[in-house]
Unconditional design. Structure first.
Length: 318
């Protein structure tokens, strides 16, 4: 970092006026257009195993993604460029310099905010991926619930044989965390919307039963409840009671944004029941940082408020 940049960084760290903020933003915008990665290469060509793993994780059985003649799901675009734990060697210094500047000004925390993708041609097994990335924009200082900072947008162009296949824009917020606010009085949880299509499920919860719909035409089980079978379109169904045994198929730990009646961090899990269907719920009995894929769980019913009882799953930490 140059002496001028270091001085501006120190000023920005304690600045409250718009002039100082504008001067610091001018330093940041000097990075716009600079490469973040040049002539990068995907570590693996597009391949069937990764496509299969992706589709299984997403629950996407579209036949267009199957076999050597299939295509890769378009939303996998970024997956082919990832460096894994060992990273890439083609990352430029500009990105690190930008982060150093932001860190020096007190914007030491980072959170991914959103991404945008544009698909221009399908990717097929055997395609070798190359990519270039550029720092596209750095926003003026913004104040969010997380804190004050700058949004940084990076654009990656993904190519096959020199032909652009898609564009991936990834946006992060580099911020100084806001001071913790005094905790508000406990809020009520959102109430489920109960209608004629799911009334039977909530009746089962009331009786401490987890009911799964079963198509009486083709015997396909389905969850969540639907007015018709998504396998054969029959509107006729009955129910089976779940045994309650299951395993964690996937999960996410919620840190932000804060939401009334919930106290982050907490884990939201996708449980695969013994019957084969999957249910979104919460795990109890295990700290959020001990939840893992494959964790055995057992159904329980938890009264979270006087008039609200919910199906949850109890796990046991190893």
């Amino acid at each position: 970092m140059t002496a001028d940049a270091a001085r501006a960084t120190r000023q920005a760290a304690g600045a409250t006026g718009t002039d100082e903020a504008a001067r610091f933003h001018a330093l940041l915008t000097a990075f716009e257009g600079r490469p973040a990665a040049t002539a990068g290469r995907g570590k693996d060509p597009v391949n069937e195993p990764m496509i299969r793993h992706w589709c299984e994780a997403m629950g996407d059985a579209n036949p267009a993604y199957a076999g050597p003649d299939g295509i890769a799901p378009p939303t996998m675009l970024q997956a082919w460029t990832m460096g894994g734990l060992s990273g890439h060697t083609d990352r430029s210094a500009a990105y690190d310099e930008l982060f150093t500047l932001l860190d020096g000004a007190g914007f030491t925390s980072v959170v991914a905010t959103d991404c945008e993708q544009e698909y221009l041609r399908p990717l097929r097994p055997g395609d070798a991926i190359t990519f270039d990335a550029v720092i596209e924009s750095v926003s003026p200082r913004k104040t969010t619930k997380l804190g004050t900072g700058h949004f940084v947008t990076t654009r990656m162009d993904v190519r096959v044989d020199g032909e652009i296949a898609g564009t991936h824009r990834f946006r992060i917020l580099k911020f100084a965390p806001a001071a913790k606010r005094e905790k508000k009085p406990e809020a009520r949880r959102p109430r489920p919307v109960i209608n004629r299509d799911n009334q039977g499920f909530w009746d089962g919860v009331r009786d401490h039963k987890l009911l799964i719909q079963r198509c009486t035409a083709c015997a396909t089980l389905r969850f969540p409840w639907l007015p018709g079978c998504n396998a054969c379109a029959s509107p006729d169904w009955d129910t089976v009671e779940a045994s309650g045994a299951g395993t964690v198929f996937s999960y996410v730990v919620i840190h932000h944004p804060p939401f009334p009646a919930f106290d982050p961090p907490y884990a939201v899990v996708l449980v695969e029941l013994a019957e084969g269907v999957r249910v979104i719920s919460n795990v109890i009995g295990v700290p959020y940082d001990k939840v893992c894929i494959g964790l055995p769980v057992q159904l329980e019913f938890l009264r979270v408020e006087d008039e609200l009882e919910l199906p949850v799953f109890r796990g046991s930490a190893a």
